[in-house]
Write a protein that binds this ligand. Structure first.
Ligand code: ANZ
Length: 825
């Protein structure tokens, strides 16, 4: 086509057209075809907050490129999408703006679905889920009952993190530095009757599984290991003077036992009342306990000041018989170990600080081994070493001493080896409206009774007072609360807590598989076929919460044999952020948000996609850049013109191969090879785009210098260019495919194979100089490094004669042209 007749590249015309056609053809629906491998890829499902910005677009484009590529590789790709639709923002929007959470959510979902389509994402919408729909949360409730049947769900009175602003309980994971993860309010401590899931029963399996997750970022695995926090130690007991029960302590440093100069108890320790009875210190202690009782765990452990009071009581050291004063302190945590600590100020930082402040004795019992590095932290020597002043154990190493002393105490019947975890059971009750109701009733005769499965879902009533009333909104809906007991038909009341929305997102990847099954949460055969997920893509902010919970759920399902393997996500990828043009995190308050609608209207979806994949390595952050995106826009226009300028060539049978096109052929096949390798598990998408751009440059240069219309390799190059581009810029690739008369959809084409023959480049001559004088020529493969060229040069007698008895000082190599060997005289 003469260049004057080539129409302008107009994304606004072609993108909606293809989106409509793909929808009509149901192009993205996945089939299970015999002889094809499955590939299950998903991005973390979005919260339907209303509008997507270009940071979200990056996440979904990344997934979409990989999904499209996997399809061209012949895989059956399941690439679904859904909505994490329950949760506080919907409820807060309702309170602030008077719109019902359901309506707010539905409206946002409709808008975001439209936006995702406008990006040309190849999502199979027939698997779409909405966690707030009864067809979905029915099964979330069902899973809760499954957990209950397995003894993994229980209700108990417990101190909880209470957010006074959001008026709800928070999981430990949702408290960040003592503040609510959502609203930032200072978290308080309260006693409440709450539902828990026993994730701690899976602590070791959650740890062990991490070792097998080779496709996960190391950083995320480390965060999970730290969160689980396995600690191997010993629990042993101290006798207390008087008629008082013994006190257990948990320690990982039994080697420091001769350095114990006090015991420290948490304010909630059950022995406190016993030991202070009748003591003059009693009042003091009770005041202290009262002052610290309603402070959260974090408040206490992060307190700069380690406070405490003497209880008036003494314990007896099990090895020396010494009297050890018992203190009540703010820095010992009630819910960890036994809630009591043997205080060793010489070797523990916190104990040191506390002893200093309260004038307690400090007894050094560990000495650094000569030459070992020392870590004196705040005055305490905290590393292992050699025991001193430790009776018969003096002279032993810390490790030996821990073993020997443990054996001795165990033999005496006062100690046992203990494993503790930082991980706590997962508190899932929320005192909010917009969540899945907990499927239990309270019956005056039978107590807590699970709702029978055939009565699920327990429907969330549409009308509940969200404004102005206190306590659980559901408690104010009599038609919801009043029910009958499933066991005896007598009157009963429903639980009015709803579930933490992290429960909804802990299993959605299985619901996707059979999104519309109304008899099971998923079909076992289907789940065992599609799961685990081959590639999961999402933000690193979910390193601990979501990813730990989802792994826990999957392991529970694995125990029932309803899934394959026991880890849900084989590979995990954390994409970086798109920052605002000013290099700051995009946020409404900073006014630097670029919305998807804006970007798609201005540049087109393909330009946006290509820019986002090109602007940096997928794991790194990069700033939005209008100049760079314009550059990408020009690239697509150039592809448009180059391909349409040679549409006739592509529409005709291919001409004969030209003998001197080997360089072009090499270039094409090298790109096919490179892009194929980098698009797979490595996900170097930015270098793929760079390779596509280089290929474009080379094809353009060829068309300028040679008779492209007669070149078979040039035609093949254009086709390869389109095929490589297809996953990144699906609309323009499809349009050009059609306009040049290629059969079918470009997205149904197999990924191009490279020809190893074409990659074997003919040897090229390189001139060899020794100390600046030309001594011969070697023929070597292009791209060889200087040392290899020198090795080849040494084969030439003329060069060898010059180098005999001399040493090579330096190599000056002009790639593929000339090697100057600087040799000693
Ligand atoms: C004596 C000792 C001496 C300790 C020493 C450490 C160093 P991880 O690894 O985190 O499990 N500890 C035990 N229970 C506690 C509680 N409820 N609140 C606060 N601290 C507690 O740490 C175990 C160590 O943490 C235990 O070992 C105990 O202090 C303390 F030179 O015992 B150690």
């Amino acid at each position: 086509m003469p260049s004057s007749e080539i129409p302008a590249y107009d994304p606004q015309a072609i993108e909606p057209k293809w989106q409509r056609i793909w929808l009509e053809r149901d192009s993205d629906r996945v089939e299970r075809r015999a002889g094809h491998e499955k590939y299950y890829l998903m991005e973390m499902l979005p919260y339907p907050s209303g509008d997507l910005h270009v940071g979200h677009a990056r996440n979904y484009t990344l997934g979409d490129v990989i999904a499209r590529y996997a399809r061209m590789r012949g895989r059956d790709v399941l690439h679904p999408m859904g909505w994490d639709a329950f949760g506080l923002p919907a409820e807060n929007a309702a309170i602030q703006r008077g719109v019902h959470p359901h309506d707010w959510t539905e409206r946002n979902i409709a808008n975001m679905r439209r936006q995702l389509r406008s990006l040309g994402t190849s999502i199979d919408w027939s698997h779409e889920i909405d966690t707030s729909a009864p067809e979905y949360y029915r099964w979330t409730q069902w899973i809760f009952l499954l957990m209950y049947r397995k003894g993994l769900a229980y209700k108990k009175e417990a101190p909880v993190n209470w957010c006074p602003v959001d008026q709800t309980v928070l999981a430990n994971e949702q408290v960040e530095g003592g503040a609510c993860w959502r609203c930032g309010a200072q978290v308080e401590r309260r006693m409440l009757n709450q539902w828990f899931l026993k994730i701690t029963a899976y602590a070791d399996r959650l740890l062990e599984g991490l070792d097998r997750l080779e496709g996960w970022p190391e950083r995320i695995k480390t965060m999970q290991r730290n969160w689980i926090g396995r600690s191997d130690g010993v629990t042993f007991s101290f006798d207390v003077e008087g008629e008082v029960p013994r006190i257990d302590v948990f320690t990982t440093r039994l080697d420091t036992i001769y350095g114990v100069t006090f015991l420290a108890l948490a304010p909630e320790h059950p022995a406190i009342e016993d030991i202070i009875r009748g003591s003059p210190e009693a009042r003091n202690v009770r005041d202290f306990v009262a002052a610290w009782q309603d402070k959260s765990e974090l408040d206490r452990t992060q307190q700069a000041h380690k406070a405490g009071v003497f209880s008036g009581a003494y314990a007896l050291h099990p090895l020396t018989g010494d009297r050890v004063p018992i203190w009540v302190t703010n820095y010992v945590v009630a819910g960890y170990g036994s809630g009591a600590v043997m205080g060793v100020p010489a070797h523990d930082e916190r104990d040191f600080e506390f002893a200093r402040a309260n004038g307690l004795r400090i007894a050094r019992v560990i000495e650094p081994v000569a030459g070992a590095p020392r870590h004196d932290a705040a005055g305490a020597y905290v590393d292992d070493g050699k025991l001193v002043d430790s009776g018969e154990f003096s002279g032993l190493s810390s490790a030996q001493a821990r073993e020997t002393i443990a054996e001795l105490l165990i033999e005496r019947g006062i100690a046992q080896p203990t494993v503790n975890y930082k991980l706590r059971d997962w508190l899932i009750s929320r005192q909010r409206y917009w969540g899945a109701p907990i499927p239990f009733v309270n019956c005056p005769n039978h107590g807590l009774v699970p709702v029978p499965e055939d009565q699920l879902p327990v429907l969330l009533p549409y009308d509940a007072p969200l404004r102005g009333s206190t306590g659980n909104p559901l408690a104010h809906v009599p038609s919801f609360v009043q029910t009958t007991c499933p066991l005896g038909d007598g009157p009963a009341t429903r639980e009015t807590d709803t579930m933490d929305t992290f429960m909804c997102s802990s299993w959605y990847y299985l619901r996707y598989i059979d999104a519309h099954d109304d008899e099971h949460p998923w079909e076992i055969d289907d789940a065992r076929y599609w799961a685990p997920i081959d590639q999961y893509i999402g933000g690193a902010e979910h390193a601990v919460l979501h990813l730990m919970y989802a792994r826990f759920f999957y392991k529970v399902f694995a125990d029932d044999g309803t899934v394959r393997g026991d880890e849900p996500f084989t590979r995990l990828f954390n994409q970086g952020l798109v920052l605002g043009e000013n290099n700051e995190r995009m946020s409404k308050s900073r006014g630097n948000v670029v919305g998807i609608d804006d970007a798609v209207q201005r540049y087109g979806a393909d330009v946006l996609r290509l820019f986002e994949m090109f602007a940096g390595p997928p794991e790194s952050d990069f700033p939005w850049s209008t100049s760079q995106i314009s550059g990408v826009s020009r690239t697509l226009s150039r592809i448009w013109r180059l391909v349409l300028g040679h549409a006739d060539l592509l529409a005709r049978p291919r001409p004969e191969r030209q003998p001197d096109d080997a360089t072009l052929r090499y270039s094409i096949h090298a790109k096919i090879k490179q892009v194929g390798e980098e698009l797979g598990d490595r996900m170097h998408l930015n270098t793929c785009v760079a390779a596509i751009m280089t290929l474009l440059n080379e094809l353009e240069a060829y068309a300028q210098e040679r008779d492209a219309a007669a070149s078979r390799d040039f035609a093949d190059g254009l086709i390869a260019l389109l095929l490589l581009l297809a996953p990144f810029a699906p609309h323009i690739a499809e349009e050009l495919w059609e306009r040049t008369g290629q059969p079918g959809s470009i997205h149904d084409q197999p990924w191009p194979a490279y020809d190893p023959e074409a990659l074997r480049r003919p040897a090229i001559p390189v001139a060899i100089q020794v100390n600046g004088k030309t001594r011969g020529v070697v023929n070597v493969a292009p791209g060889l490094d200087d040392a290899s060229v020198l090795a080849a040069a040494r084969e030439l007698p003329t060069v060898q004669a010059q180098l005999d008895g001399k040493s090579v000082r330096k190599l000056i190599y002009v790639q593929d042209r000339l090697l100057n060997v600087v040799a000693s005289k």
